[in-house]
Write a protein that binds this ligand. Sequence first.
Ligand code: SAM
Ligand code: SF4
Length: 462
Amino acid sequence: MNEPRKLFVKSFGCQMNVYDSRRMADTLAPQGYVETSAPDDADLVILNTCHIREKAAEKVYSELGRVRRLKEAAAAEGRRVVIAVAGCVAQAEGKEIIRRAPAVDLVFGPQSYHRLPQLLARAERDGKAVDTEFPLDDKFDHLAAPSGATIRMRGVSAFVTVQEGCDKFCTFCVVPYTRGSEVSRPVQKIVAEVERLADAGVREVTLIGQNVNAYHGEGLNGRPQSLAQLLEEVSAIDGIDRLRYTTSHPRDMSDDLIAAHRDLRKLMPQLHLPVQSGSDRILAAMNRRHTRADYLDVVEKLRAARTDLALTSDFIVGFPGESEEDFAATLDLVSEIGFSGAFSFKYSARPGTPGAEMSDQVDEDVKSERLARLQAEIDLQQQSFNNRCLGRSFEVLFEKPGRHAGQLVGRSPYLQPVQVTAPASLLGEVAAVTITEIASNSLFGTLAQTPARELAVLGAGA
Ligand code: SAM
Ligand code: SF4
């Protein structure tokens, strides 16, 4: 039997890339590749890249410098290392990557992952291979499924891609160009994938998509189903205790999805709902297709449906034309809503997007100063949310051993990491925990006596 070949995959960027990296590893497993956690002894190195901001793309080139040195060291020992660049940088830059980094053998975009074995053969035969097409066949139909052992190794919480691409064309964003137009997977295939995960011990599933709540996949009755209907189907699967979904667009927060937060017990009370800005003028320039009032209205409905809903968001500061007044409107929106956390970014002009062509670009130092002010406000809100958890009890799903012996780390319903002194037998289980200490955004707790299902929830206004 041939020696197994070693595969090292490094994911940059979003959860979709993490999911894609795993599916690439699954597809290469039947070809004799086993994953390794270090690039040093790998025969194949895949960098699964992100193009969302300039910094993210530049990181790939500096990583390629390191990998090239590994390739040269291996060649000196008579060993061949293949370097592949996948993901959104690959899609956006194609052959340019090989021009800038000639050590790269293979470049392929997010829609070509299922062709990986053929692409590797092509790179072997021809020296180099580039594939950045948007093929008509559905890659999900061709990607191999992970084995039960692989699923167990990856842990009790899993991502499942249900939707890909985006038709919204926000003027700052590359996603519609790198991931293509919106496509939803059929309900039946998603349900089958989640059933397989549940059989191997997965307890929590996060349904993911670039614009996940625009989901409209074919249902069991042959008609398009909404994300709310899909969540209902998935929530009926035995063994799955927790459901989440991300990332949503405020425009697609339909009434049935809001109602799902009230009706589906397994749907966790945490929602990531990017708003980007609190200024209507900037939201319009960003082509977000919603106003500040629309966002507030959706949040009010969500909180009426589920009083303990913890909201997180994404913000961009320094979008072209953003004045101090516009930025003040963002800070004001943040105080009005009260988030449990948020990601905030300086606007990064992306080639090919309308934002990059706008004339009134904001100075970098103004962006940095605004970002610092926004992050300070968000940090305060996060601390305040965490402090409100002190003394309360809720269910925690234990995911891995903690920093110290005898400790486990789990996630609260609100997605906070919680460190608990607990027996290893609770790994992979949901148990009631009382929060006893908060230290720099980490929660600490002890196992609670109360039966898990009867715990009080954290009230939004508490
Ligand atoms: N689909 C989601 C949405 O509708 O907001 C998020 C997509 S994107 C992968 C994640 C976040 O990156 C965005 O919400 C936005 O805040 C940020 N982002 C996207 N393009 C950016 C850019 N050009 N500059 C800075 N941040 C950007
Ligand atoms: Fe990008 Fe999200 Fe806007 Fe789509 S909805 S263009 S993914 S920011």
